[in-house]
Design a protein around this ligand. Sequence first.
Ligand SMILES: Nc1ncnc2c1ncn2[C@@H]1O[C@H](COP(=O)(O)OP(=O)(O)OP(=O)(O)O)[C@@H](O)[C@H]1O
Length: 462
Amino acid sequence: MFDYLKMLELENAISQLKVIHVAGTKGKGSTCAFTESILRSCGFRTGLFTSPHLIDVRERFRLDGVEVSEKKFLEYFWWCWNRFQEKTGDDVPMPNYFRFLTLLGFKIFSAEKVDVAIMEVGLGGKFDPTNVVQDPIVCGITSLGYDHMEILGYTLREIAGEKAGIFKKGIPAYTVPQSEEAMHALEDKASQLGVPFQVALPLDPKLLKDEHLGLHGEHQFINAGLAIALSSLWLRRTGNLKDMLINENTLPAQFIRGLSRVNLEGRAQVVPDPLVQVHNSSHGGLIFYLDGAHSPESLEVCAKWFSCAIDENTHHLEEPHENHPNRQGEEENLQVLLFNCMSVRDPQLLLPRLVNTCAQNGVKFHKAIFVPNQSVYYKVTFHSSPPTEPEQVDLSWQQTLQEVWNNLHQNEQGCSSSVFPSIPSAIKWLRENAQQSRPIQFQVLVTGSLHLVGDVLKLIKQ
Ligand SMILES: Nc1ncnc2c1ncn2[C@@H]1O[C@H](COP(=O)(O)OP(=O)(O)OP(=O)(O)O)[C@@H](O)[C@H]1O
């Protein structure tokens, strides 16, 4: 990465950027989005680098909260590409996909003269391309858990050690409440490097006054608490805190505005289907609940959110209807799961966590649908095109998922499962059935993979 920065003549520019660097297992994207929104609301020009993208690669680079324009993206992309074409060779090859995107992020943010660059780590910390930043203003570590163990290690201590690889000598860092094992590893690393290290507590909802967090689910209060700490410290260290009063009892109005107006798709997002519309609960219709959870802990928070969200939605939509004056909305709804996860993940850990948490909250799926992701065929490193015939698609992984599901639901009535060869075929089935089943409402939880969520969003928005 240092060689590549030199090739792009970005060494000086990157040292001028006032970076907030965030690693962690869960909640990185949300924490970064909250932080960006707070600092933008305080009047700063912001750059936000996150991964992965859902629909368009430009989502990874946001300027003042909006993804970079196609014109600017192309201009900066070719600027970097052409320099690499000239300067790379046998000794230093072209940077790989994620390194290239990270370097492009640095190029965009320095050329666009952002006041603050918020950088989300792609994977781990120590060896992540974003860790080329040597002098961030502040670092953050979000909730830690078990993910990417084949790369980061199989204990929380090892995983935390990798994430703490973003700490820099003497640069302050915050984290959220963690398990003892993870916290010890973070504290050890912080004390080795003389890092002033503190725990940011979850945001107390009362501090939002009459506003609500822009991202939903209980877990977002943890991410918001960290974002407040990171933003406050950034303001203080850059001499911009001025007369803003931030303590456990008060949040400045700019912070509240930022926290409530944040926008990040694919995290606890509710999208009514534009074709099979929902007018009110007595007319049925089709609603998608999308969340990119893909670790056991995040599937648990996702299940809690879904259970609350369908409840709220039902009550929100419930109106007396002439044909169904006494109908209880919940009884007429039907919950469906649309699921896929990457084959490196363990469905024996993921699916039971989802199903059990839903059951504890009184929600039982009537049907589960397993589908392959679509976007894999359009990745830079993947060279084959999508199969045109359903029988050409390898569905063995989805069949494995279905088997795990069926084992969890043995002897249970009223819960079926299917494997569909593609997302469009699953959506078609959902639309036809939701239409025919009115006034029953179809409430579809889409989860297991952010790529799946992106693919579904793309299709339903078309
Ligand atoms: N604090 C949290 N604790 C547990 N799960 C969380 C938390 N924050 C977010 N999640 C879950 O993780 C999913 C992804 O959220 P987010 O993008 O903020 O995290 P991330 O760390 O960037 O994820 P990724 O590993 O996909 O980059 C959410 O949809 C939600 O299900």
